[in-house]
Design a binder for this molecule. Structure first.
Ligand code: PHE
Length: 460
């Protein structure tokens, strides 16, 4: 059986020897880079506040259900497509299917640019906050964390400067390349992140009253579940696993036949989910221990946590650690958002890597300016009650990523068929798992995502 179907121009020979295309230096590096893409603000900032807003346990349960069925399956599909095509997302769909399927790649490039635009702004906040924490900005008597936050994000320039700084660092990593830039960064930052998170978890869980937060996170109250809960959980699953925009596909394209796609996907999902739950176990126990509101929304981590750190023994140290952790997590994700765009510019447009990095960074930065200003002087500019920032988040997480995921599932299940399966189980093995995966990408994922997308649109 031809285990590695040769696609026109594929860069990887069966021996795994790359021609021109860059590849990961090691399987561990590949997994940590993909885990670094997945683990980010989505886990530590977005997941806890969504769980807090959506009633806790029930949201978490629905989220886990979606992650381990649809999420895992679409992740396997993206990695496998990338590895098979050995190309950026636009070229990959074009190469493996008919030219019109390249639209999935285009949709992905657009999603990546939009997410990068507002994500880098929030990433900039994390750096600013690490500095504020270290400087003891929240420990003074009578400091209102909400006022500090609102005043900070409303400024026209400072948040943009931090965002620009973050974008610059991201571009430098991309510039250095796949294994020397992205992989090395992930090999250093991911273990560090785990360590920091464990330290913070121990701190939060030993606060008096912390168990109420644990109960909130794990005891499901299905009375609180409505359609919005399901919609939010699906959007979070795609956002957190970096799915539906070709980011994982691009990382898959740097894998060769020596990498086991199924096993890597399992490890990535386990790490991403483990970190999200752990972040929940840092934030929510602390919130409950101090009698604060879990449903505070996007400000939960930037407003509620500083309040808590201010009152906690050694809060300044733990607070600084927390925001450093957040910045690290964000960096491996902004890198993963920039890379699919650059891979497209390099692979399909013949651009040099450093030109692509600088160009993508500049475009995404400019796109992010309205999002940042929508928290200050443009806060009155709204559509359906959403600010520009909210719209960018909504349109990507709740519409574009699920739509991309749906199309990827359909493409994998109905267009690629046997070719992709042969690449997943080269020896023809994998039986039950591959069969289950095929059922999900053919039926469950398209139907479930379409249902959630359509109901969401009809329900407003
Ligand atoms: N998964 C990242 C997070 O949870 C965000 C991201 C989305 C990164 C899409 C890359 C691609 O923060």
């Amino acid at each position: 059986m031809t285990s590695e179907p040769s696609v026109a121009g594929a860069g990887s020979a069966p021996s795994g020897k790359p021609k021109k295309r860059e590849h990961w230096a090691s399987p561990l590096g590949a997994i940590l880079a993909a885990a670094g893409s997945a683990i980010g603000l989505g886990n530590i900032w977005r997941f806890p506040y969504l769980a807090g807003e959506n009633g806790g346990g029930a949201f978490v349960l629905i989220y886990l259900g979606l992650v381990f069925t649809i999420g895992l399956s679409v992740l396997v599909a993206e990695l496998a497509i990338g590895r098979l095509a050995q190309a950026n997302a636009v070229t990959a769909f074009h190469r493996l299917g008919k030219p019109r399927w390249a639209v999935i790649g285009w949709l992905g490039v657009a999603s990546a640019l939009i997410i990068l635009s507002f994500y880098s702004i929030v990433a900039g906040w994390t750096v600013a906050y690490a500095g504020k924490m270290a400087a003891g900005a929240f420990t003074a008597e009578g400091t209102q964390a909400a006022d500090v936050f609102n005043a900070f994000v409303a400024q026209p320039l400072t948040p943009l400067l931090f965002g620009a700084g973050f974008m610059t660092v991201t571009a430098v990593v991309i510039w250095r390349g796949v294994s020397r830039g992205i992989e090395r960064l992930s090999l250093v930052l991911m273990p560090l992140l785990l360590l920091l998170l464990v330290a913070l978890m121990v701190r939060a869980l030993t606060l008096p009253g912390a168990l109420d937060g644990v109960a909130f996170l794990f005891a499901p109250d299905f009375g609180a579940v409505d359609f919005d809960t399901i919609n939010a959980a699906l959007g979070q699953a795609f956002f957190s696993l970096s799915l539906g925009l070709g980011a994982m596909l691009t990382y898959g394209s740097y894998m060769n036949s020596a990498h086991n796609v199924g096993r890597s996907a399992g490890a990535i999902v386990a790490l991403d989910t483990g970190i999200a739950i752990s972040a929940g176990l840092v934030v929510l126990p602390a919130v409950f221990a101090f009698g604060l509101e879990p449903g505070a929304g996007p400000g939960l981590v930037f407003v509620t946590l500083p309040e808590i750190f201010a009152q906690m023994p050694l809060g300044q140290v733990f607070g600084t650690l927390f925001f450093v952790l957040l910045a690290f997590a964000a960096l491996t994700s902004t890198v993963a958002l920039m890379e699919p765009v650059c891979a497209f510019l390099i692979g399909a447009r013949g651009m040099r890597r450093h030109t692509a990095a600088v160009l993508t960074g500049m475009v995404a930065f400019v796109l992010g300016i309205p999002s940042s200003w929508s928290l200050g002087m443009w806060s009155g500019v709204t559509l359906f009650d959403m600010t520009i920032f909210d719209i960018a988040d909504y349109v990507t997480a709740k519409l574009m990523l699920p739509l991309g995921g749906l199309l990827i599932a359909v493409f994998t299940g109905w267009v690629l068929g046997g070719r992709i399966e042969a690449s997943l189980a080269p020896q023809g093995g994998g039986g039950v798992l591959v069969a289950g995966w095929r059922l999900v990408v053919r039926f469950l994922a398209p139907v479930a995502i379409a249902w959630i997308l359509v109901s969401g649109l009809l329900g407003g």
